[in-house]
Structures are given as C-alpha cells and as structure tokens.
Design a protein around this ligand. Sequence first.
Ligand SMILES: [Zn+2]
Length: 277
Amino acid sequence: MVVNRPKVNNQYNLLAKVYSKQLEIYLPRTFISKFKSKSQISRVVTEKWAKENLFCPNCGNKIVPYPANTKVYDFYCSKCPERFQLKSSGKAFSKSILGAEYKTTLRSLRVGRHPSLILLHYDRDNMLIKNISILHRACITASCLRPRKPLSPSARRHGWQGCLYLVDQIPKLGLISIVNDGRVASKNQVIQRWQAARKFLEVPFAKRGWLADLLTCIDQLYTTFTLYDVYQFEDKLAELYPSNRNVKPKIRQQLQQLRDLGIIEFLQPGIYRRLHE
Ligand SMILES: [Zn+2]
C-alpha cells in the first residue's frame, strides 16, 4: 500500500525514528477523500491501521475485523477467543471513557462476553499514532463502571442509560501500554503484561471488584509496601463497600489472594512487593 506521508515537524521526525523500526506510526491517508465526516474518517482510518499493525496481546497472532456494523466488537483474534473494541480519539483519553448501555455492559462483563478495549490516541494533523493501550477485560469490574443519568423523557431514546468506564479506578495491571509517548513496548512485553492481567479472570466476577479496588490502592504505594500502608485505604474501601464491617480482615484476605494469583509477593510478615509495574 502506498502511504502518502505528511510533512511533519521536527518533534515528529524524531518520534518517527523511534517508532519506525518497530511499528508503522503513520495512519493510512490514501482513501480519506471517500469519507466526509471527521468521525467517519477517524473510524475507517484507525480500523485499517489496527488491522494491519496490531496483534492479539494474548497470543501474538493477527487480529481480524468483524463485518461492518457489528455491535460491540470490532476485532477478534485469528487463533484464540479474545475479542476487542477499538476506541479512537484525536485527543488524549481522559479519566472516563464513554461506554454503551449500562445494564447491557454490566451483563456482558458478568458473563465474560465483554471485549477488551483498544484505546488509540492519534495526532489528527500529522496522522500519527501517539498512544495505544489495551484495557484488559479482566480488570473492568462493576466498580469502575459508572451509570450515567437516563435520557430525559423528551429524548428520542428516553430512559436509555449509558455508562462511563472510570479508567483511574482500574488497576495499572489492567491497562497494557503498546505505545506510550514514543516508546513502543515489545510484543513479548505486551504478551507478558496481558498474561499478568489475565489472572483476574480466575476470580469470579462478583469478587473481582474488591480485588481490583484494593490493587488500585496498592498502585499508589511504593513497589515494596507494608500492611499498615494498605490500611491507610481502610476508609476509602469501607465507603466503596458499606455492607462490609470488617475491612481490615478483608484487606488481609485479599492480599493473600493477590499473592496466590502471583500479582504481589510476601517478603516478610506484613511486608509485600508488587510484581508488575
Ligand atoms: Zn489471540
């Protein structure tokens, strides 16, 4: 395919050198003229780029697009059962990302049918990829899904209720970076990080929220931390789970679970270490 390369400024020339050996960073421009609206261009161009350049983070094989107009899913893996939804934006992603209908999303998470989300941020002027992360479906729990206000009675779809993914309430383990401001992770790094996040799937969905919320607290600590450091989050966790009156014992039990999953290790009694950054 002939890619019509745009003129880019020095910053991007530098960036392009970093990327070029590992990943194609230019979005295809050759067929943009066929489409009119910005959102249409964004969708078509980024889908084409993802199809040609991204790989399945679970097994490293090719990802394949679903037929146009397929709901929820944009890509599936050619070799394993993983499925993905592509979210593209000309702006950096904020802490909350718009999701679909709330109850449908929650149900799809509960039954394990929710796709992982590919978050692709690109520079619209230069048609360059800036950041790509994958939000692992295992780490999207009920806690990080916020229902929005139902649409008003005057709206065409009145009563319809959307949701937001609260990215800052997802443990770092679940957000796997492929490109981060010019740094490209190797395929092996991506697959390793994916497998670490995947361990959350071993925990039933109803219990995954507590574990993810605790790990999000632990993310704020140094790599090596103590039980008393974790107890600092007792009030926050008690607020999230008002029916749980024994937060400290629950914290200790969840630390054991994180250890059993290989996400943290116990160094000495009351001293722990995160195994993944
Ligand atoms: Zn795969």
